[in-house]
Every structure is written in C-alpha cells, then in structure tokens.
Design a protein around this ligand. Structure first.
Ligand code: MCA
Ligand code: AMP
Length: 501
C-alpha cells in the first residue's frame, strides 16, 4: 500500500535497533521500540473511532508517547491536529467545533472539561499525561505491535495546524504529506543531517518548528534525539556535551548566553545551532559566535509553508538575514499595492511558492483565496528585502502580529477580549521589545469614566479566556488612544510612547 510519508520517514526503521530517543532519566528508545509502540497506538486510536482522514486532536504535555501519536497518525492515515497545551477550554472548544476531530487526546487532569467539549461535538476522549501514562497508553498495551499501513496519497491531508488570524478567528492550515516530506528532505540536505547526529530536542511538539522540522529531519537522517520535555537551562546545559545539533527560538539562545556555564567547551561536540520562529538579533548572533565559535544558522518559516529560506550550512551565515530560498522553494518580494514583484534590494511583501506551501485553510475558502494566489504564491505578510544574491532579510510585518518567545499573538484577539471586560472603553495591544522574549504583549487601555479597574484584574480576568502566553505582560491606562485623521489607532506612536521593559 502506498503511503509516501510512511515510506520516507518510518518504513526503513521498522526493524532498526539504532537509538531514536534519549530520555532525561537515562533511558533510550530504539527505532524498533518506538515504531512498535506507534503500531499499538494506531490500533488504539482506531478503536476509539478514528478512521483514515479523521482528525486526531492532541493537547498533551510533551512526552515520547505524545510523539508516538504523530507516528501512529502517519501509519493509519489520521490527520494530526496538535494543540498548544496553554489553550483554555474556550479556545479548545473553537478548534474542536471547527475541525471536528474523531478523537481528542488530553491530559487526565483536564478530562472532565474536555469530555464536555467532546460530547458537544461528537468526539471521543482519551488521555496521556506528562509521563506518557493514561487511558490511551493502557489501551495501546493490549494492541498488536504490527499495523497494516493505510494507503495515503502525497497530496492527502496529514496535519492541520491552527494559526491565529489578524481578524480574530484562528485558521486551520492544511498540510499534506508532500508538504511535510518535501520540506524535510530539503532541510536534511541543506543542514547535512545524518545518522551520526544527536539533536537536542527542547522545543514543544505542537508547532511546525519542534514537530515537523526537528522530528522529520531526524527520521529522514536516521539520527537520534535527546528528547527533553521543555527548554530549561540546567538540563539543557547537562545535555549539550552529548548533542551535535540544536534547534530553538532566539529566547533559548539569549538565555544560554545569560548563563556563565555556557562555554565553548560545553559545545565541543556540537556542529549546528539553528534559530527561527522569530528574529534573531545581530548582537545575539555575534555574541554567540564569540562565546562558542559557532555561527547560529538562522532560517525563516511559517506554519502555512514550513521552512522557506535558510542561511547556508557551508557558506556565509549572515547576522540579521535568513538566507536564500531552500531548494525547490521560490521566494519573491512584491509591492503591497499592486502585487508586482519589486526590484532586488527593495522592500516588499514576501511571497512563497513551492511543494512546501500548504493546501489552504480548513473550511475557509475566502481566507485561502485572499492569501494563496492562483499562481501558487502564498502571501506571507512578512516584509522583506531580497538581495541580488538571493539572501532574504526580514525587515518587518505587514500583519499586525506580536511574536513573544517564538509564539504568535494577534493583537486583535487580545483587544477583543479586553474590550469585552466591564469598565473598559477600548484598548490597543502592541508588542514592545523584551530582553527575554524578544517582544512582549502590552495592552494600552482606556477605561470608562468612573471605572475602578486594576491592571491585575484585567490580566486575571483574561486568563479564563485566553492562553496565558497571550496575556499582556503589562497593562497601561491612558485617557485616549492616539488616532490618525482616518480614526485609525496609531500603533507606531503607541509603541514609541508606551514605557517598555
Ligand atoms: C510561556 N509564557 C509566555 C511564553 N511562554 N509568555 C509569553 N510568551 C511566551 N513565549 C508564560 C506562561 O504562560 C507563564 O505565564 C509564564 O510565561 C511561565 O511559563 P513557562 O512555561 O515556565 O515559561 P518558559 O518555560 O520560560 O517558556 C518560554 C519559552 C517557551 C521557553 C520561550 O515559550 C518556548 O519554548 N517557546 C517556543 C515556542 C515555539 O516552539 N515556537 C515555534 C512556533 P503565567 O505565569 O502568567 O501563567 S513558530 C513555527 O513553528 C514557525 C513555523 C517557525 O518558523 O518556526
Ligand atoms: P507561525 O505563524 O507561528 O508559523 O509564525 C510564522 C511567522 O514567524 C512568520 O510569518 C514570521 O513573521 C516569523 N518568523 C519565522 N522565522 C523567522 C525569522 N527567522 N526571522 C523573523 N521572523 C520569523
């Protein structure tokens, strides 16, 4: 049965005793062990009601077992729907109502809340905790360790990843098996990943960066991963001497640089540090090189496209640039008003075309048509300059987006939540430079006359509705919001005048 994603990522590892995962307690999982478990999980998910093409929603803490759910989905043709563990029940309810998964996997601690959501939308629920224990693991134990691979075309849907939208409602980016595979192949090649590599894996596995970039490359190369539950300095510093590569958001690298134990010696075995998801400052790039002798390799991607450009592995890794387009990917810059391509060196909106570009937004044909041109170019909303040599430099965003510690926050969503609070007249949410997170969310709020509301009350009340990473790190009260003659709030002025961090 043909299933190109299974064939390329998993098939040849089925009987391999090579190490796939190295775990914090000292344990190791071989490829064979991991794949045997993925067969059991595939059976278990099928027993819970999932059929090929059905969505399987996954909102659980990072664990090897959570990763196995992804592999099980590949084998059984389920569409993985990974969700940030920070999402509140209200946010989860939206994703479930939109994507209609057959199965929702959640932490046992959230089962009661999730069951109510599942009952409303006709899904079944099973559990996995941070240690990989739970109902799903128990059910899997009773299942066979072989599984007849389900046939899937390369163009079939493999995953849906929700990304927030400038107008509020999150959009489900539909990624096919070929989208994932083409990007994984291009990156494995570009970054020279091989079976001798040990990737220090500290990213969450509910985003493209930690899931598809990190994991798929390792699977293609046949390497190993030191699989840590999260980015924490002590375990990372302990693990670094045994790793050859690491991927992270800029915050990981600034945190490492802030620790005197992070030295050239500790990186002696390393061959590659990759950064992405948010801009890496030239200062961090240079300081990192001085400290370790390594030039961080910065690349640029999006949920809708996976990776688009990368600084070269062998060649000029330029601070402040994200490198040329990856093999097979086209990147152009266009004028916002006309959509015409601008000359090299001119600022334009970056557009991307290639086998990496997603199929469209789930059940949102209008939004898909607005962002994905008929000629195949996806309009990223990032402003950039492409030089004569093809190197791309990102200079800003045409979309109103804040990237905080590598996580996207759309101001509109936070403004809508704040504006709905008692005592609030209106608000503007902006991103301000933050020493740890790169940018942090700040709310500038106008209260109704006579309202006795505190910043703390605003944050505490929002917490019930919004994932904690979207909450303002600072709430500032003003008498009025500065507007232009058209009545539009001038966020650039607010960014200049609001006290920062
Ligand atoms: C956690 N908090 C945050 C963030 N993370 N607040 C703002 N921005 C954040 N990124 C809040 C929590 O809600 C909590 O709030 C408090 O900070 C402490 O939480 P904790 O989990 O302890 O924080 P942390 O461990 O310091 O986490 C920060 C982090 C993490 C390590 C930077 O957010 C992280 O690993 N980020 C990487 C995200 C990522 O993988 N991005 C890739 C997606 P409270 O105390 O109020 O409850 S983008 C992508 O995939 C595209 C395709 C690409 O190009 O890569
Ligand atoms: P997401 O929607 O979470 O996939 O985030 C994608 C966005 O992250 C892009 O549109 C960019 O704005 C930003 N991004 C990703 N990589 C980089 C990078 N290396 N430099 C600057 N911005 C980046």
């Amino acid at each position: 049965m043909s299933n190109p994603l299974f064939d390329a990522l998993l098939a040849r590892h089925l009987n391999s005793d090579a190490t796939f995962l190295k775990l914090p307690g000292g344990g190791c999982w071989s490829y064979r062990q991991t794949l045997d478990l993925s067969a059991r999980y595939a059976h278990a998910l099928a027993q819970l009601g999932a059929k090929p093409g059905d969505r399987v929603a996954l909102q659980v803490e990072k664990s090897p077992q959570a990763l196995v759910v992804y592999l099980a989905c590949i084998r059984a043709g389920f569409v993985l729907l990974p969700l940030n563990t920070a999402y509140t029940p209200a946010e989860l309810d939206y994703f479930v109502s939109d994507a209609k998964p057959a199965v929702i996997l959640c932490d046992p601690a959230h089962r009661v809340d999730v069951q109510k959501i599942a009952d409303r939308h006709g899904a079944s629920v099973s559990t996995l905790d941070a240690d990989g224990a739970g109902d799903l693991a128990n059910l899997a134990k009773t299942q066979p360790a072989t599984f007849e691979t389900v046939a899937r075309g390369g163009g079939d849907l493999a995953a849906i990843l929700y990304t927030s939208g400038t107008t509020g409602r999150s959009k489900g980016a539909m990624l096919s098996g070929d989208n994932l595979l083409s990007n994984a192949v291009a990156l494995t090649d570009a970054w020279q990943f091989n079976a001798n590599d040990t990737l220090l894996h500290v990213l969450p596995i509910f985003h493209t960066h930690g899931l598809f970039v990190a994991v798929n490359i390792t699977l293609i190369a046949g390497g190993a991963m030191i699989f840590l539950p999260r980015f924490d300095l002590n375990p990372v510093l302990r693990a670094l001497p045994d790793a050859t590569a690491m991927m992270g958001v800029p915050t990981y690298y600034t945190r490492l640089l802030g620790d005197a134990r992070f030295t050239r010696d500790i990186c002696a075995n390393m061959r590659l540090f990759v950064s992405g998801s948010a801009p890496l400052s030239g200062d961090t790039h240079r300081e990192f090189e001085q400290r370790t002798g390594h030039k961080i390799l910065e690349r640029y991607g999006m949920t809708e496209t996976s990776m688009n450009t990368s600084n070269p592995y062998a060649g000029d890794r330029r601070p402040g640039a994200v490198g040329p387009a990856l093999n097979g990917v086209e990147v152009i810059a266009t004028a916002p008003e006309t959509g015409a391509q601008v000359a090299p060196g001119q600022i334009g909106i970056l557009e991307v075309r290639g086998p990496n570009v997603f199929l469209g937004y789930w059940k949102m044909p209008d939004k898909t048509a607005a962002e994905l041109r008929e000629n195949g170019f996806f309009i990223t909303g990032d402003m950039g300059i492409i030089g004569d040599d093809g190197y791309v430099q990102i200079v800003g965003r045409a979309k109103d987006l804040i990237i905080s510690g590598g996580l996207n926050v759309y101001p509109k969503e936070v403004e809508t939540a704040i504006d709905g609070l008692d005592g609030v007249l209106e608000s503007a949410v902006i991103g301000l430079p933050h020493p740890d997170l790169g940018e942090a969310v700040v709310a500038v709020v106008v209260l109704q006359t006579g309202a006795s509301v505190t910043p703390q009350w605003i944050t505490d009340t929002l917490r019930k509705e919004l994932a904690a990473f979207k909450l303002p790190k600072k709430v500032v009260f003003v008498d009025e919001l500065v507007r232009n003659t058209m009545g539009k709030v001038q966020k650039n002025i607010l960014r200049d005048t609001t006290p920062g961090f």
